[in-house]
Design a binder for this molecule. Sequence first.
Ligand SMILES: C[S@@+](CC[C@H](N)C(=O)[O-])C[C@H]1O[C@@H](n2cnc3c(N)ncnc32)[C@H](O)[C@@H]1O
Length: 343
Amino acid sequence: MRGGCCARGEREGNPESSWTHDASGRSSCRTKNSLSTFGVALSDAALALETGGLMTAEHRPVLLEEAVGFLAPRPGGTYVDGTIGLGGHAERILELTEGRVRLFGIDRDEAALERARERLSRFGDAVTLARADFADLDRVLEGRVVDGILLDLGVSSLQLDDPSRGFSFRFDAPLDMRMSRTQSRTAADVLRESTEEQLEEIFRTCGEEPRARRIARGIGRTRGKGLETTRALAEFVERLVGRSGRIHPATRVFQALRIAVNGELESLKRFLGRFDKYLGSGGRAAIVSFHSLEDRLVKRAFQAGAREGRFRALTRKPVRPSREEATGNPRSRSAKLRAVEKA
Ligand SMILES: C[S@@+](CC[C@H](N)C(=O)[O-])C[C@H]1O[C@@H](n2cnc3c(N)ncnc32)[C@H](O)[C@@H]1O
């Protein structure tokens, strides 16, 4: 087993994505954010873990008008929401076009698809939902080209707020963190099966955790024994590094494990390597990311496409949430939106 941010073992028909090594993200995680304790950015899940008020609120789509605005949906078009979640962005696409589009809604999470199905039921046949990884669009689109693709990366409040999913240490639950129950490896498995070096890399690259080595050594010595629940892990990390300030010391460890368990960066890389083939001429892609590793991958792929004349950039700089949105929805604070149009 190799380490890195992209550790994933699952049965979703994705042979490329199991336990791969993500060298590119290694030392590239440091950004500043006024919400952080250590001067590094906290992503959506990290903030969500720490922001009590957010947890009970219904998931609010981030950069909703901006992201859907870049897709400029029009009646008769075909669109993909590759991270449909609770269906907020998809609903807006359907509303703006009065349901006169074909919308493919994808998620790895069966529970999210169920919620999206209910929310979008009034649009009937316009919506096709599929449980899949957005990196595997071939399987869903079966050769079709589309007018727009939206990704709103990361986790939803549905996942963070369900104690049984084991994403958050606000509840005591088995340390799971799988977006889909079909995945074979849980966060507890990752702790048990990884070497200290692998854990260190996961915490450093996926979690932007300055004390990655210390925490990895401590966990490595236990071989994951006694760390099978969210609270056990959170308390272990707290005992190891102490607590100072507002942010719980296990916050970044939890973020890192989630990204690793779900191979989030690997999926994004695979998508970015091939998404232009799904877009027709003039078709658009808009991606909302929540931490610097994701945003860097998106930025580089979009810039490379523009240099090669395959795309036209629609955002020179990433679009950020307004002050109003950031105040009303803490999860949005680290969001960055980038968009391109196919030449
Ligand atoms: C931030 S939520 C999306 C929220 C949605 N835009 C809304 O308005 O309700 C992200 C969703 O993407 C899903 N997801 C994350 N990575 C994925 C992947 N590689 N393939 C498919 N779905 C993914 C998660 O399960 C989650 O439901």
